[in-house]
Design a protein around this ligand. Structure first.
Ligand SMILES: C[S@@+](CC[C@H](N)C(=O)[O-])C[C@H]1O[C@@H](n2cnc3c(N)ncnc32)[C@H](O)[C@@H]1O
Length: 327
């Protein structure tokens, strides 16, 4: 492997914590909804005899990379180019109803970030695309060049939590009146030129703008909202779901979704007992998110903002109001 190839390789984040948290057992079947480079999947197949992995990614290039990484495991790895929202189809295609564990390692991979052609990075000049699945939806440039100023500002506030959203939206609208913004570098320069942006420390001034566009282009939060209950539905009793998120919007969804699955009761608090009849699906294993060690952050800076949460199917509290200790 050349130095460049090594730099492009995706190092799996929170690997030991995910493997321990999922309580992987020999012979088990696991669904990896975000294959990427196949890092987590490979370790499951390598370390636990007889395990099988159903692996999904909506990015055809990621799938190809993972297929190479997992080639030595033959039919123990079944890969599909698919959105993880459709995981039930992949599970059924393997002749199964349920799996022993599920992992979702959200966001983009190092390969995606490092590719000039994909348009995910503000530090690399390339087309302003950002689609994980190049055959689905519209590229980021379409949003940047066609949405009106208010909608752009709302997007940057909502998905980028960007304080200067209105000024950035105004700068985008001004710039595109002269020439359409079609490259990552062009957009990054427009954002950086907004007064006050050059005073931002620790992160690149365009970080939040790029995050907001990427979330919108790929409907990342919508996919996550759907996939969590869908995943838990397809776990065996005692099976676990592990989700690694990389920013607060995602982590909030994971935390709330797991809590709702644990304590779904919607009855008013004053009622002495549950009347809605909603049944707990299991329990939250991680009261607080698991974060990477200082050592991991040192060797893999991409892990810096990772948060891992785990949910276990079944063995919950049965019907009715859940244990408030988790809230
Ligand atoms: C952080 S990477 C995963 C890295 C992988 N765990 C590894 O160790 O190599 C995330 C991957 O998930 C994919 N992805 C994100 N959202 C997806 C979705 N809704 N459906 C399928 N794949 C998705 C991305 O294309 C990307 O390849």
């Amino acid at each position: 492997m050349t130095g460049n190839e090594a730099a492009r390789r995706h190092v799996p984040v929170l690997l030991e914590e995910v493997l321990d948290g999922l309580r992987i057992r020999q012979g088990g079947v696991y669904l990896d909804g975000t294959l990427g480079g196949g890092g987590h999947a490979r370790e499951i197949l390598e370390r636990y005899a007889g395990t099988r992995v159903i692996g999904l990614d909506r990015d055809p290039e990621a799938l190809e990379e993972a297929a190479g990484t997992l080639a030595g495991y033959g039919d123990r790895a079944l890969l599909h180019r698919m959105d993880f929202r459709r995981m039930a189809e992949a599970i059924r295609a393997s002749g199964l109803q349920r799996v022993d564990g599920i992992i979702l390692d959200l966001g983009v991979s190092s390969m995606q970030l490092e590719s000039d052609r994909r348009g995910f990075s503000f530090t690399r000049e390339g087309p302003l695309d950002m689609r994980m699945d190049p055959d689905q939806g519209c590229p980021a440039s379409e949003i940047v060049n066609s949405w009106d100023r208010e909608d752009l500002a709302r997007l940057l506030t909502r998905y980028g939590e960007e304080k200067r959203a209105r000024s950035i939206a105004a700068a985008i609208v001004r710039e595109r009146a002269t020439a359409p913004i079609t490259t990552t570098g062009h957009l990054a320069r427009v954002v950086t030129s907004v007064p006050g942006m050059n005073r931002i420390r620790n992160i690149h001034p365009a970080t939040r703008t790029f995050q907001a566009l990427r979330i919108e282009v790929n409907d990342e939060l919508g996919a996550l909202e759907e996939a969590i209950p869908e995943g838990v539905k397809h776990l065996v009793d005692g099976g676990r779901m592990a989700v690694i998120s990389f920013h607060s919007l995602e982590d909030r969804i994971v935390k709330r979704s797991f809590r709702r699955l644990e304590s779904p009761c919607t009855c008013p608090r004053e009622l002495p007992e549950c009347r809605c009849g909603k049944v707990s699906e299991g329990k939250v294993i991680t009261r607080k998110p698991v974060v990477p060690s200082a050592e991991e952050v040192g060797t893999n800076p991409r892990s810096r903002s990772a948060r891992l949460r785990i949910f276990e199917k079944g063995g919950g509290k049965g019907k009715g109001k859940g244990d408030k200790a988790w809230q």
